[in-house]
Write a protein that binds this ligand. Structure first.
Ligand SMILES: [Zn+2]
Ligand SMILES: [Zn+2]
Length: 146
């Protein structure tokens, strides 16, 4: 994959240039190792629920801040509309919203927002339970052998 992206000459977007979300997503998948993880026929988690997206706090960009939006790689400008994820990663509204229509997790740290997908929510709960069970076992083990 890397050759393909090098050929694309990845650079921050010029003013007025619309981010190409498919390319952006592909870049994330590669940069964060999700490409391998997903394999060929694996799917991304489902989109974030509308409600979760609508309640994401909008934040004001302060003049003193020189933060970059991780999606389009442009620096935030004062009065830009930005959304703060529960994990405190900040994105342009127009950058993160199309992303969350495709999948529910923060592009940077994969923090997951709730989805409207029942099956996926069940899978998530099950996954969480499995982790908790493992913790219990560890606790049990430790209390018996220490
Ligand atoms: Zn952006
Ligand atoms: Zn995050």
């Amino acid at each position: 994959m890397s050759d393909y992206f090098e050929e694309m000459g990845w650079t921050p977007l010029d003013d007025g240039e619309a981010p190409n979300h498919l390319i952006q997503m592909a870049r994330f998948l590669r940069d964060y190792g999700m490409w391998e993880l997903l394999g060929e026929d694996a799917k991304l988690p489902p989109p974030a629920s509308k409600n979760a997206v609508e309640t994401l706090p909008e934040i004001k960009i302060e003049p003193s801040e020189t933060k970059q939006c991780p999606v389009c790689l442009k620096e935030f400008e004062v009065n830009d509309k930005a959304k703060s994820m529960p994990c405190h990663h900040v994105f342009h509204q127009e950058c993160i919203l199309p992303w969350l229509e495709k999948t529910n997790s923060c592009p940077l740290c994969r923090y997951e927002l709730p989805t409207d997908d029942e099956e996926y929510e069940m899978y998530r709960k099950e996954k969480k339970r499995a982790v908790e069970r493992e913790k219990d076992l560890e606790y049990l083990h430790n209390s018996m052998f220490t």
